[in-house]
Design a protein around this ligand. Structure first.
Ligand SMILES: [Zn+2]
Length: 129
């Protein structure tokens, strides 16, 4: 019974996230110029650091193979994807993402960062409306 209750809570939480994310997406402007510039810069860095790139990709992929990837909002300029759980990803500002060290695999810091993410989502909704 408790288990069922938890599952229901989770489904409602996800619905809530999606609702908020949809509102943000609606108003999010796509800055194609910046996007392209960032992509160029990234490309250049990767070309100059082939070893680091391979190493990074290997680790990154190994860690993320176990995770689902269901984005709840669109990436934006200087955003990073953050896993709120093993399946759902929310794009948040890089600065916010780095403010609390956390680990989706061990669960360390996840409650703290997710609280902040939720706060940020609420605030960006207020700003947008
Ligand atoms: Zn994260």
């Amino acid at each position: 019974m408790l288990r069922l209750r938890r599952t229901i809570d989770k489904v409602f939480a996800v619905r809530e996230w999606r609702k908020i994310a949809r509102k943000i997406n609606y108003r999010q402007t796509h800055r194609e110029n910046n996007k392209q510039q960032n992509r160029q810069r990234q490309k250049k860095w990767k070309m100059n650091h082939p070893k680091e790139t391979i190493e990074y990709n290997r680790k990154h992929c190994a860690n993320h193979r176990k995770l689902g990837f269901i984005p709840l909002n669109q990436p934006f300029e200087s955003s990073e994807g953050h896993h709120i759980d093993k399946n759902f990803v929310v794009y948040i500002p890089k600065k916010l993402h780095g403010s609390i060290s956390h680990n989706i695999q061990t669960g360390k810091g996840m409650t703290e960062i997710n609280d902040k993410v939720f706060e940020w989502l609420k605030l960006s909704m207020v700003k947008l409306s």
